[in-house]
Design a protein around this ligand. Structure first.
Ligand code: NAI
Length: 339
């Protein structure tokens, strides 16, 4: 491996371009030098604009000898083919969430990675890198507040586009909470249930909004997560961990309070790119550092697989209108041992 990581990017859409910018202009130890895209015309155009070598597909990119590692920021349905291209070539790969749209697809990635004998895949569950969530995790792990009993959590967006439909609340949005809460309490889930309050007038015919996900861990910790994606207020992330000896609340980003019009006003963010900018920077910097050191330190493909088993069960709960048991296999040593 070179002392500077040469990175290829598969997917030159919105988040792909923010990762290119942070790596090439803000972070240390790596640079994005090449790209590919499921839409070749679009990828080629972006490659020219950003000064990146363009390759027609993932296989050609990883075989080019121009990159040491791959970042996958393609649309969800295209994650598997790009991750597989890297895994089959023995190349480290960072894949945005979800690892793949279904647990079945994640399992194919796990099988290929295990066959290769080396952990290569990191999944973009960036909440684990947010300074507030890290403080929360440290306090939960300290044991000072006793065992967690319940978590009340919320994921609120100002609005989403017409192409955002009911299942996407689970696959694209709640997938973050599914991973984060499991990591926070250090425990797997036993069941999931979806509930549907009255719909907001701001939604459309193909989107039930808001939705509530109720997760129960194997030891009985009960977690409710509100997902409200057309609140017409702002981007708001809540997490309160209720423990035996106290309540732990995720801090908001600091913002100057304004006293105007006989009111105290505390601004909140407009969207994810503002709220989690520090988390993305830390996530990608730590991925570059651990990749250069030959390790995968962050959420791995087993975490991506477990998240998708849970989201598949949540879809089933919505369709069958009942709680669904989650039957998780134990994590293989390949994914739990430090390596
Ligand atoms: P995007 O829709 O902007 O880009 C995805 C693909 O869509 C591109 O690779 C390209 O093939 C096509 N595309 C985009 N703009 C186009 C245009 N103007 N003309 C033609 N084709 C175009 O999607 P985004 O937001 O970049 O998401 C990519 C992945 O990253 C998804 O899997 C998503 O779930 C994930 N993501 C993760 C976030 C996180 O918080 N970790 C936040 C946002 C996205």
């Amino acid at each position: 491996m070179n002392s500077e990581l040469r990175i290829g990017i598969a997917g030159t859409g919105a988040i792909g371009r923010t990762h290119i910018d942070r790596i090439n202009n803000k972070l240390k130890g790596g640079s994005v030098v090449a790209c590919t895209d499921a839409n070749p015309d679009f990828g080629k155009q972006m490659g020219e604009k950003l000064g990146l070598a363009f390759f027609a597909d993932g296989e050609a990119l990883v075989a080019s000898g121009k990159v040491d590692a791959l970042i996958v920021t393609a649309a969800d349905d295209d994650h598997e083919k790009f991750v597989m291209a890297a895994v089959k070539a023995g190349m480290p790969v960072f894949c945005e969430k979800p690892l793949a749209p279904t647990a079945e697809a994640c399992k194919r990635i796990i099988d290929a990675e295990t066959k290769g004998g080396k952990r290569l895949v990191q999944v973009g569950f960036m909440r684990r890198y947010d300074p507030g969530y890290r403080q929360l995790k440290k306090l939960v792990d300290s044991g000072e507040f006793g065992a967690p009993l319940m978590i009340h959590s919320a994921h609120r967006n100002f609005e989403v586009g017409e192409n955002y439909t009911t299942p996407m609340a689970i696959t694209n949005t709640l997938i973050h909470e599914i991973d984060t809460l499991r990591w926070l309490i250090g425990e797997d889930y036993a069941s999931v249930e979806m509930a549907f309050p009255r719909c907001t007038k701001y939604t459309h015919k193909d989107l039930l909004d808001p939705q509530i996900m109720i997760l129960t861990s194997k030891s009985g910790v009960r977690m409710d997560i509100e997902c409200h994606v057309n609140n017409h207020v702002g981007y708001d992330i809540h997490c309160e961990v209720c423990c035996e000896e106290g309540y732990l609340n995720l801090p908001d980003l600091s913002a100057v309070q304004r006293l105007v019009n006989a009111s105290r006003v505390q601004p909140i963010c407009r969207d994810w790119s503002e709220r989690f900018v520090d988390a993305y920077n830390t996530e990608i910097q730590e991925w570059i550092d651990s990749t250069l050191a030959g390790r995968v330190d962050g959420p791995n493909s087993w975490d991506g697989y477990v998240a998708c088993i849970t989201s598949d069960a949540a879809h089933k709960s919505r369709e069958e209108k009942k709680a669904i048991a989650i039957d998780l296999p134990d994590a293989p040593a390949f994914y739990t041992e430090a390596r």
